[in-house]
Design a protein. Structure first.
Length: 281
């Protein structure tokens, strides 16, 4: 599988000019199409606000948002770094705890029977309603936001990890048993590769939940971060500043999501994508 990129490059070099253009477009299409749609959407947004100026009090134009980003960046940058730091730390802790817990639930049937129903019950409780409790327990500092991000993010990761590890093909496990492979060796060499798609699906969801938890924590504590800026701007009916903070928040989310995608690609390359997606054939 690792030879496929080189095979694609060779095919690109040997193809006719029209074929090379088509192959390049095929490679660029996943990036070009979303950017093109974004450009069309921003142009329509700008034209709509200019056509109906009375909307500016409710919906600022992209040019107004860009202008306030330029003038308010010294104010927004520390808040961006605060939100990004807490979201990344919460996601990292949730990933470690969630993966470890999911693996433990898979390896121990008794632990799964004893613990998993409580985790489900814990997950059913409305998370937003518990945010004030975290302020009481951990104060209004970064600790409460970090713990709340961890609280929201760890369950999807644990559930996805446990589900992926449990879906290992029985014939692969029987082959390991026939080869007298140890339980740990079977786990590392067989169960983990089969679980990679589910594991990273859980990490992507956990990343989103960690960011949501951080913002909700900033809403409740009202001390710093992009969530605080959004609440402040909304209270002052400043839609341009609100959208500017939302844009920076999207930038944080896309950056972390991109890092997860890169980690997923590296894991699939390490273990071999055909093994991960198809198993033994």
């Amino acid at each position: 599988m690792t030879a496929l990129p080189f095979a694609a490059d060779a095919a690109l070099d040997s193809a006719p000019a029209a074929g090379r253009r088509w192959l390049r477009w095929t490679r660029l299409r996943p990036i070009a199409l979303p950017l093109s749609l974004l450009a069309v959407w921003l142009a329509a947004w700008q034209a709509g606000v200019e056509r109906f100026p009375q909307m500016r009090s409710l919906l600022s134009s992209p040019s107004d948002i860009g202008a306030i980003l330029g003038t308010s960046m010294p104010l927004l940058l520390p808040q961006l770094l605060s939100t990004a730091r807490e979201a990344v730390m919460g996601f990292a802790l949730a990933a470690v705890i969630g993966v470890a817990l999911g693996a433990a639930l898979t390896l121990s049937r008794r632990l799964e029977q004893a613990l998993f129903p409580h985790l489900v019950l814990f997950q059913i409780v409305p998370k937003i309603a518990l945010a004030p409790l975290f302020v009481i327990w951990f104060g209004v500092g970064s600790e409460s936001r970090l713990v709340f991000a961890l609280f929201l993010a760890f369950f999807p990761i644990a559930a996805a990890t446990a589900g992926g590890l449990a879906r290992t093909r029985p014939e692969a496990l029987r082959l390991c048993a026939a080869l007298t492979a140890s339980r740990w060796r079977t786990f590392v060499s067989v169960r983990v590769p089969f679980a990679i798609p589910s594991l990273f699906a859980g990490l992507k969801m956990g990343m989103t939940m960690a960011l949501i938890g951080t913002i909700v924590g900033e809403f409740v504590t009202g001390q710093q971060g992009l969530g605080y800026i959004i609440m402040f701007a909304a209270a002052n009916a400043d839609s341009a500043l609100t959208f500017a903070a939302l844009g920076l928040l999207c930038l944080v989310g896309l950056s972390v999501y991109g890092a997860v995608l890169l980690a997923e690609a590296a894991a699939q390359r390490w273990y071999g994508a055909p093994f991960v997606t198809e198993g033994f054939t």
